[in-house]
Design a protein around this ligand. Sequence first.
Ligand SMILES: [Zn+2]
Ligand SMILES: [Zn+2]
Length: 293
Amino acid sequence: MSERLVILGAKGGPAIRPGGPSPTASLLEIGGRRIVIDCGLGVSRGLVEAGMALPTLDLVVITHLHSDHVLELGPLIHTAWTSGLKTPVEIWGPVGTRTVWDGFVASLSYDIELRIDDEGRPDIRDLVRIHEFGEGRLIEEDGLIVEALRVDHPPVEECYAIRVRHEGRVIVFSADTAYFPPLADFARGADILVHEAMHPSGVDRLVARTGNGERLKAHLLASHTMASDAGRIASSAKVGHLVLNHLVPADDPEIGEGDWRAELAATWDGPLTIGRDGLSLALPGTQHKRKSA
Ligand SMILES: [Zn+2]
Ligand SMILES: [Zn+2]
């Protein structure tokens, strides 16, 4: 299996627009595992386009329960099931994830019962295992370690940055967070930090466009991170590569890649990638890591 990070959905927030990017979801292929991080609208299509056979789905991590991160969790698993899934899927998410799943299954009970009887499929409810987590270590198996750090995303109380480690490689996802210096410790020395980001003049243009004005702006400023501050976290953590994701705005033609890079000019001078749907980054090899360790 290739080892790579694929950004499936690069935008922040639940809205979609013609030709624009999808809400948040990522695929991390590492150590022979495929980990789906967040399940915003479009995650199923994104995984298929990235070359993943949906029946191989077995590990999903949800950072928090805002809809732009969880709306397609149920539909993803259901689509994997109707595509031939027969093996267990482990879902890790904050408290409330079980309610999301149970509600989805209840809403689709007609279809689910029908397909079990009519098509002889295994019961989807028996295939899914929900693990509601708090801060700390989630998974440790076959050299794969997944850990969570609670970040600052008011009014959501349970929102977790995720760190994935395997044979010396470290990839960290900030999740949604205001500027949160402890994240730099959590991401210390990571090969890749995927951090959310806002563009200041883009936020002003967005606020002017949407009509929900000052209230939206207050939410964004209290709960999310300006791109320059994402650069501060990356520099403080001395990460190998910064990937900006959960872009706000992600679909303003006036805010291009150069504008995002300009925001980071003063705070980050290392490798930088601006997220977009379908972007794939190869992970450093284990041999390289062993040599440099
Ligand atoms: Zn979000
Ligand atoms: Zn959020």
